[in-house]
Design a protein around this ligand. Structure first.
Ligand SMILES: [Zn+2]
Ligand SMILES: [Zn+2]
Length: 236
């Protein structure tokens, strides 16, 4: 993939790379919010952690698995990480570990990696610093109470404002950073498509099953399959 990686970096990520080189967290969080849909403090932590890791490893993504992110949560943090590192769900450079920690590792193919974890004390102290935002969050989201449209609007506004303030908090209080060696799985193999004999839809060959001598997809085979939803990975 060297031919598309110019000395100035990856042309399709020029804007993001410029922001990373300038530590422009604010620019990056608005970029990440195009994907994420709103601004919040965990998006801010993901953007910052992504930026620190990319600079520490000295890498630039071409979106072709030469840099891999291993994300340990499916909360807002992961969208910041994906945007800044360029390692995404769709380009196979994202590995998801379903352990529910606001943490991620960025690693090169040779296994040289850096793991960044949101500091527990820092995280626990957010509620004291932003009491109104967390009061609304606990009531409307955690307890699921029916709030007024004004209350939802106020909550979103407070988290938006909070995320922009968090971008200027000291990194050493916010994160724990470890240099680690990572054992990576081999790069993805492009599987051929085969047709399901029952529904007629194409499927990746590796996901096809044989039922009564016919090639079928998992739903038509009535087989259990993995699903990733807001609760994490489970068997569907
Ligand atoms: Zn969010
Ligand atoms: Zn089928």
């Amino acid at each position: 993939m060297n031919e598309i990686q110019t000395i100035e970096g990856n042309p399709v990520r020029k804007e993001v790379e410029k922001m990373i080189s300038e530590n422009d967290y604010e620019g990056l969080i608005f970029k990440a919010a195009e994907l994420h849909g709103h601004l919040c403090n965990y998006l801010a932590y993901g953007v910052m952690a992504g930026c620190i890791a990319v600079k520490e490893l000295g890498v630039k993504s071409t979106g072709m698995e030469e840099v891999i992110a291993i994300c340990e949560t499916n909360n807002c943090f992961s969208d910041g990480v994906q945007m800044v590192t360029g390692c995404s769900f769709g380009n196979n450079a994202l590995i998801y570990k379903d352990v529910g920690k606001t943490a991620f590792t960025l690693t090169r193919r040779d296994g040289k990696g850096i793991r960044i974890i949101l500091d527990a004390e820092f995280e626990d102290s957010r509620e004291m610093e932003y009491p109104e935002a967390y009061e609304l969050w606990n009531r409307l989201i955690v307890k699921g109470e029916q709030g007024s449209p004004e209350e939802y609007g106020r909550m979103m506004q407070l988290f938006h404002e909070m995320s922009l303030k968090e971008l200027y908090k000291p990194i050493d209080k916010m994160f724990k950073i470890e240099k680690i060696k990572v054992d990576l799985p081999p790069p993805s193999v492009m599987a051929l498509s085969v047709k399901c004999a029952i529904c007629g839809e194409n499927i990746m060959e590796t996901k096809a099953r044989v039922k009564n001598g016919q090639t079928v997809c998992l739903p038509c085979a009535n087989q259990e399959k993995y699903i990733l939803d807001s609760t994490g990975i489970s068997i569907d």
